[in-house]
Design a protein around this ligand. Sequence first.
Ligand code: ZN
Length: 135
Amino acid sequence: ARKDYVFSMNRKRIWAIDVGLIESFNESAKASSPNEFASAMREENGVLTELVFLPGSIGSFTSATVPLHMLPIDFSLAGTVHSHPGYSNRPSDEDLHLFGSFGKVHIITCMPYDITSWRSYDKDGNEIKLEIVDI
Ligand code: ZN
């Protein structure tokens, strides 16, 4: 399927996240509160570097609302980030379904949206550790 092609061709391991990206998604999450914020993320040499806003994903990131067939092919798209407007960054059943659909790394951030508010997960919903780097 096209959606697998878009997100899975790049097989490099994701090992780190840029601190600027953490600030970006937390700022966006705060701005969207009390609604959810959702975005894709780009990686460079195994480091998550920036947000990539997908058409149709404003306020929600269910597989039903993100028109993956409209995306340009972009091998640097590594996964997704979204916010929970509460104090849990654990994935919901719906999140696990999304994680399994595409991408390698999925981040959930929650209130109070600070440097420790987020967790990262693999496509099966297992927590993975990412180093924080400043590039
Ligand atoms: Zn969620």
